[in-house]
Design a protein around this ligand. Structure first.
Ligand code: GLU
Ligand code: MG
Length: 438
């Protein structure tokens, strides 16, 4: 096949956390970069189960999805499966204005807000957990060498694909759950980090497919086991690119801005959770003793804290300042990485705007404390269903006010439609449905 006939897929990471778009011949790249491809507003209502709940657009309207050549990959897949070419894009109105429900535009506007209110930007690194649909190492191989070795060829092929895509692989390991693995990548500026997270998910699926395997990023596969988390490491930088998260005298090592940023996320966590843990089964994962997050707490090195201050290995102040970061753990891959980072940045910016004091870290098992004891410390059990989380989002003028009004309406209708599509399916059937979707 000659180059001009190769197809380029221009994509958006949408409200369902799905990568959707259209392909066009490479020969048309110059013109498509200017005019995009046609896009339909109602596509934003397509749930991960392919249902389309009623939304504000019906059959009406036209948009364009415009590829960003800097945000994509052209990667040879293993086993002569050919090369796949994808570019993320921006959804715009026909006059060029960003569309109210374009997740990339929503992230850009959160990034602008943080710069405006604090002169800061977020650098982020994503950890993704996923599970192979079949096969795998013998039991008892959590973090094990044989567990790793069983998928070494996959891990190396995925690492090569990521590197070819301009994404820097960090670690690959056998996670605790059955057939569960984890891949981490190096930090990047927020927009790039979200773009890379989308590329990583799609490359993981493509490489697995080319090797005759199937993987899923579904939040949890077995209500009795552990889930697949998406953990987002975040640090702040000033306008000169200097690290701004760490202060040697700050509480827990947090700078004043980072303390308010963290407090902003935790104060609004029950109201924003519907955007970072956006599936029905996300709430089977967000339960105590599953190393995910069940409370709006800050912890040091605590793998059950919603926000964790991570350890640093450096000892020189400059190096500590560069390494110092906090990890948000109450997220999964049903969330578009763009929306996930957008909501965290808005919450952090809100905390800075409101001048919030840094949160007091917790160090005990919060599931042993009575609600009153938690409340006295500003802590709550997080919403325990998607329906509850959506009601919290809808009821919070602050959190729903971070978005264009149309987006908030679309999000609520889409997600309530998703719940409806599940009908009276049992927890195991729900997990199976999401396993197929993600
Ligand atoms: N699987 C856990 C989760 O659902 C995380 C385990 C870990 O890496 O600490 O978030
Ligand atoms: Mg992990």
């Amino acid at each position: 096949m000659t180059d001009p006939d190769r197809l380029i897929f221009v994509a958006t990471s949408d409200v369902a956390g799905k990568t959707r778009g259209k392909a066009f011949p490479a020969a048309d790249l110059a013109s498509r970069r200017a005019k995009g491809v046609g896009w339909t507003p109602t596509n934003v209502m397509i749930t991960c189960f392919d249902t389309i709940p009623d939304g504000p657009f019906g059959a009406l309207g036209d948009l364009v999805l415009v590829p960003d050549e800097a945000a994509g990959f052209d990667v040879a897949l293993p086993n002569d499966a050919g090369a796949a070419r994808m570019m993320l894009g921006d959804i715009r109105e026909l006059d060029g204005a960003p569309w109210s429900c374009c997740t990339r535009a929503l992230l850009k506007s959160a990034i602008e807000r943080l710069d405006r209110v604090a002169g800061l930007s977020v650098t982020a690194a994503f950890e993704h957990e996923f599970q192979f649909a079949s096969g795998g190492p013998p039991a008892g191989e959590a973090y094990g060498f044989l567990g790793f070795a069983a998928r070494r060829r996959f891990g190396e092929a995925l690492g090569a694909a990521l590197r070819a895509a301009g994404v820097t692989p960090d670690t690959f390991m056998k996670e605790y759950g059955p057939n569960q693995y984890e891949i981490t990548i190096a930090p990047s500026a927020a927009l790039r980090a979200a773009d890379e997270a989308v590329m990583l998910r799609e490359l993981t699926r493509l490489v697995a497919q080319a090797m005759g395997e199937a993987v899923t990023f579904a939040p949890i596969l077995d209500p009795a086991s552990v889930g697949n988390g998406v953990h987002v490491h975040m640090s702040l930088r000033d306008r000169d690119g200097r690290p701004a998260t760490w202060s040697p005298d700050g509480p827990g090592g947090l700078s004043k801005a980072a303390g308010s940023f963290a407090a902003g996320i935790l104060a609004r966590l029950p109201d924003l959770l519907a955007l970072t843990a956006p599936s029905d089964i996300s709430y089977l994962r967000l339960t105590p003793h599953r190393w995910s997050a069940a409370y709006n707490n800050l912890g040091y090195r605590d793998r059950e804290a919603a926000l964790r201050i991570c350890p640093v290995t450096a000892s020189e102040p400059d190096a500590i300042a560069r390494q110092f970061n906090m990890e948000y753990r109450a997220a999964d891959a049903a969330a578009s990485p763009h929306l996930l980072l957008a909501v965290l940045i808005h919450a952090g910016a809100q905390g800075i705007e409101d001048g919030l004091a840094p949160p007091d870290p917790t160090s005990e098992d919060l599931s042993q404390l009575a609600p009153e004891a938690l409340a006295a410390r500003g802590l709550v059990r997080l919403p325990q269903s998607l329906g509850e989380a959506l009601s919290r989002f809808e009821g919070s003028a602050v959190v729903s006010g971070w978005w264009p009004e149309t987006f908030t309406r679309v999000y609520l209708a889409h997600k309530r439609g998703e719940i409806q599509a599940l009908g009276d399916a049992s927890p195991a059937e729900r997990c199976a449905a999401y396993q197929r979707a993600y």
